[in-house]
Structures are given as structure tokens and as C-alpha cells.
Design a protein. Sequence first.
Lengths: 359, 359
Amino acid sequence: MEKYNFNAGPCVLPRPAVESAIEAIRNFDNTGIGILEISHRTPGWERIMKETADLWKELLNIPDNYHVLFLGGGASTQFFDVPANLLKSKAAYLETGSWAKKAIKEAKFYGEVEVVASSADKNFSYIPKGYSIPEDVDYFHITSNNTIYGTEIHEDIDSPVTLVADMSSDIMSRPVDVSKYGIIYGGAQKNVGPAGVSFVIVREDILGKTGRPIQTMVDYRTHISDSEKNRSMFNTPPVFSIFVMHETLKWLKEQGGVEAIYKLNKEKAGMLYDEIDRNKLFVGTAAKEDRSIMNVCFVMKEEYKDKEAEFLKFATERGMVGIKGHRSVGGFRASIYNACPKEAVEALIKCMQDFEAQN
Amino acid sequence: MEKYNFNAGPCVLPRPAVESAIEAIRNFDNTGIGILEISHRTPGWERIMKETADLWKELLNIPDNYHVLFLGGGASTQFFDVPANLLKSKAAYLETGSWAKKAIKEAKFYGEVEVVASSADKNFSYIPKGYSIPEDVDYFHITSNNTIYGTEIHEDIDSPVTLVADMSSDIMSRPVDVSKYGIIYGGAQKNVGPAGVSFVIVREDILGKTGRPIQTMVDYRTHISDSEKNRSMFNTPPVFSIFVMHETLKWLKEQGGVEAIYKLNKEKAGMLYDEIDRNKLFVGTAAKEDRSIMNVCFVMKEEYKDKEAEFLKFATERGMVGIKGHRSVGGFRASIYNACPKEAVEALIKCMQDFEAQN
Ligand SMILES: Cc1ncc(COP(=O)(O)O)c(C=O)c1O
Ligand SMILES: Cc1ncc(COP(=O)(O)O)c(C=O)c1O
Ligand SMILES: [Mg+2]
Ligand SMILES: [Mg+2]
Ligand SMILES: [Mg+2]
Ligand SMILES: [Mg+2]
């Protein structure tokens, strides 16, 4: 039976990226050695590292005064790497979910944190608005897409201070004006690759200002490096995860890039939200204006609540994978990242309609 | 042409581990979803995580009061994770090479460091002896195998304080009495898998004694976790690298485990060192009693020095890969880790003999 993968991350990857990964495991770059077994100090690999950074720059139109770093340890490691590099005395955070809360917790190791607004009052089902960003802080941190709650900040906001965004779950899903940000970071395992690597897009001039000595691996300047060969290669990088990222970005470019995928993402999300709204059984959990185009969260209406387990079973039997909602929201979550084909969304919609028909 | 992979890491992996990796990319655990695309909160994956830790425990006879953690960021991240978790006021380090020096540098962020002995005077070509370990330090740190210089501490030393070892390049190559160590750590990318994951074997009772608040991802207790499901899964782990580690350890177990591979490793290293000693062209760089059974370093004798480039070309044409020595030593280095077959060593020896015959 065909499977439709709605996992929240790690999640579905483009088929050509997966096929190239397998080929490279057998024989990387015609060396006769597989990608899992080559030295990272091989010219062919150094080329892939550079090309991967170049693909990022091209796809997101990243200005020249920014660097793109590839690091291990997941986005959770960036929760403390960011303040270690930027927080001198005080930072502002927008509290839009549990990932934002975790980021806030780590920032407190380095200085004062002002939570400028929070949507905790309604279980993070909306994006706070009308707050003002203090001007006396070192940076303002947002989580642009809240994977668990299905809310998203749809536009690049204007900030009077350095803007930092955790874009783990919506990077490359829409065009972004990178010049408005000091740092954009995230785990690769949603839109840009498998687990095992994180990305950090950083404007170089904001670094080195805290006066704090920073552990070598935590200091972004280590990974920027003066020598091109050592960019994100101060130590052994997560070679294979970066390779699959490279192939994923190549695929994205072939799809027409970020503008094209954004159009498709809006279409996919629109279809699914329309069905949620139309269908008598389901209701969306996020405020309509803040609905994420990546993570679509919905529950059963009060009067059908007892049918949730049954629908999960029904959908699973029809090949839907990973649609159980996160325990903090309940119900269902369909993660429809870039590589999730429209056919998967159609299959899920069909499933919802068939289940409605029998209830 | 057959290739013989002597890369220092990432490096050759067992063929069955590579084949399983490819199968799992196509279809993991009969889920119909590939290993790069499954959620790490899938029962099949939770089983692999547990089995991987269990394989470590079984293969190294790890006592019950130890945990095995799998983390991102490479061994270089452990250079600061270790002191962050253990260093209260002072630590002692043995300086046996550039990795040891890098570890020392990071420890200084957390307290005083006493370098008890160093072999820097002879370009790290031997292991210092006859030093005494101070009793007023929080731990004593060694690099058991010096990948770059081809020297190795062949026995588990007795330490009056917590012993910490970077075993990046000799883990699982010989039996180790884990109970003599507080922490054993390293990058996986030599003997236990591909790049992208590190291992930390840690005795639980030594943690939480510094009084220092530790960032969540740096604190080993986060990854030990009270809940079995979150062991090394506080955040998204480097799934695929851990999977290949699992397959590599399964293979090692099938070979008869660490005792059996140790026998083979000694045999392989013995053959190669014998040839180096016998061959009129070559000479080993490491002190004989400290020769590593993993990284075999050799150069051309003074009178044949001008033939190094020629031999490299000669060997490369015969399929040898990765035998160029590290720039800090020069000449040649053959890394003959667990998964390097005896045939590869034989092929290299043949190459050395053929080159001698023509010179
Ligand atoms: C928005 C966001 N930030 C951070 C994380 C944590 O990422 P990692 O597991 O790579 O540490 C996630 C994971 O799902 C996420 O969705
Ligand atoms: C002994 C030793 N320690 C540490 C490292 C650094 O490992 P990583 O590149 O994973 O940070 C290496 C890498 O070769 C090594 O050989
Ligand atoms: Mg969230
Ligand atoms: Mg409805
Ligand atoms: Mg060394
Ligand atoms: Mg000789």
C-alpha cells in the first residue's frame, strides 16, 4: 500500500534526493569509495560543502555579508549557541510555543530575557500581535513557525534590533528577506534534509561583541573560518546529512526555487484547511490568520471527540503516516513540508471525506 | 580497480553495515518509510536506540552504573562538554598530540588545567611515562590513541582520580576495563560508524558535582534522562548515523566481538610494522613501544626522502586511498581500523615491496 508521510520531522524527502543518497553510498563522486567512508578532506567533498552553501545563498538570495554554517547538535544546540554569541546583557523573546520556551530557558544562562509577548494563555494557538520590541536589547528572537501548534509568522517583521529567527520548520517554504535578520537557524530535518545537521545563516558583523570568551565549537566565528576549506569544517562535519541537504536543495532549485514551492505550499495548505473548515467532523486549532502552511493542526469537533481514535485507525489503514497530533494539542497534525506531494494532501482529504460519509 | 581505504576517519565501514544502511533508506523496519524519513518517535526507531546502547554495553562489558549517550557535534564538542560537566576547580591532562591540546584549550574555559606530561618535545612521537597524576584534581584526561601521530596508550591506566579518555580512534579496537574510567568519549567516524554522531560512556555518580548551571544540551544528565524513551532523544538525534553505528556494532559482534577484533588488529598492525622495519625505504615515526594498532605512521628514510611523492603516486595507482600522512608528521599514515580488511594491509605491503624492488 502507498504510504503518505506526514511526519513532523524527520519527514518526507524528495525522491531524487533519496536516490542520489543511495548512489553516493555506493560510490561517491566516482572515487570508488562511498560517501559514508570518504575523508571530509577530499576535493570532491570540499566541493559539495561549498556548493551546499552556494545553493543556500542562491535559493534564499542571501546577501554577501552573511555566512551559512552547517553544525551538529540540532536546533536545540542553537538555543544556547545564539545567546552565547550575541547576548551581552539582555535579549527579547516572543513566546509562541514550547520551542520558544526552550530557547528562552537557554538564553537565561547568558543574561536577562524579556518575554515581550506570549500566546501561552490560549495554548499557543495564535501569534501575539501589537507588542513592541524593546530597543535596549541585544536581539529579538522569534520562532517563525510553531511546529507543534501549527501557527506561523507569515511575514518578515521589522525589528529595531538584531532579529533572530528559529526557522526549523518553515525555512525554504517561502521567500524570506534575509537582510532583515541577524541570524536564521534551524534543524535540517523538516524542509532541507534528514536529521543530523543544523543550519545557521549569520550576518558576520554582529559577532564578537559580547566580550565573553566562547568555547571553540560554540563560537560561530570558528565555523565561518578565514580559510574557505575550513568553513563548517573546523572538525568532522555530519557528512552524509549535509550531502542529502545538498541533494534536497538541488531538487528545490529544479522545482523552480522558493517562489515556486511557496505557491505550491499555499495551494496544499489551502486545500487541507478548506476541507477542515468544510468537514462537519473537524475543526482547526490555530487562529485562522496565523495558520501555518507547514503544520496543519486539527481536532474533532466537541460532539465527535470520541471518534478521534477511530479516525486515526481509519486513516492509518489508508496509508496515512504521522498524523497523530502532538500531545500538547491532541487530535491531528499533518506536516506538509516542501517534499510532501500534493497527492498526499489529496489522499488525506479523501480520507476525511470518506470518514465523514460514514459518520 | 579495487580500492583499499586507509582514510583516517571518516573511513572504511563493514560492507554488511553499508548494505543494511541502503536497505533501511529504502524501507525501514518494514514501515514502508525510509530511515531518513521516519519520525524518531517511532517504536521501530526507539528499539534501534535501545539496541545500540545495549550493543555497546555488551561489547565493552559496561557496568550497570554507566550510561552510553549518542550526541551530535563531534568529539570536538565533547572537549568542552566534559569540563562543563566535571571540572569544578582543576583538571589534569596528558598532552599527547593536537587533539589533546584542543581538549586542554576548552577545559581552560572552566577552571585550572595542569598538563602533567607532554611529548611535544619530540613532535608527539611517544607517550610520556613516569609522570604522576595529581590527587587534587577533578579528573585526569588522556587521549588513548593519537590519530595523527600513531601513538597509543595500550593499557587501561590506574588513576587516583576520575579518568577521562578520548577514545575517538581506538574505541572497540581492544578490550577496555570501563570500570577504570569515569568517561570514555569519541567521534563515531573511525571504528563505530560514519560521521555525525559521538559516543559518551559515563558513570552516572560523577555528574552534577560542579555546582555550575549547565546549558541543557551540554548537561549529560539531559541525555541520560529519567525516561527511557528520551535517552539520547531529548531532541532529534542524528538518526541515520546512529543506525549505521547499530549495524557496525552488530557486525563487530558477529566477528566475535572486541577480543576477536583485537587479535586481528594486532595481526594487521604487526604485519605492517614488520614491513616498515624490514623495508630499506621506510621508517616508522612513533616510538616502537607506543605504536598504535590503528594508525600506522611512517616516512621515507632520510636517503630516500625525495621519493615520497613518487611512492604516493605509485600506491595511489594501485588502489591505495588515504595514505598521505597528516601535515604535522608528513610521509604516510595507514589507518587500519576494525573494518579495514587484512587484504588491504596485504595490498599495501605488496605495494611497499614492489616499490622497494624498483628503487
Ligand atoms: C521550531 C523548532 N525549533 C527547534 C526544534 C528542535 O530541533 P532539534 O530536535 O533539531 O534540536 C524543533 C524540532 O522539532 C522545532 O520544530
Ligand atoms: C583522537 C581524536 N579526538 C578528537 C577528534 C575530533 O573529532 P571530531 O572531528 O568528531 O570533532 C579526532 C578526529 O580525528 C581524533 O582523532
Ligand atoms: Mg512549537
Ligand atoms: Mg470543519
Ligand atoms: Mg592526535
Ligand atoms: Mg624500514
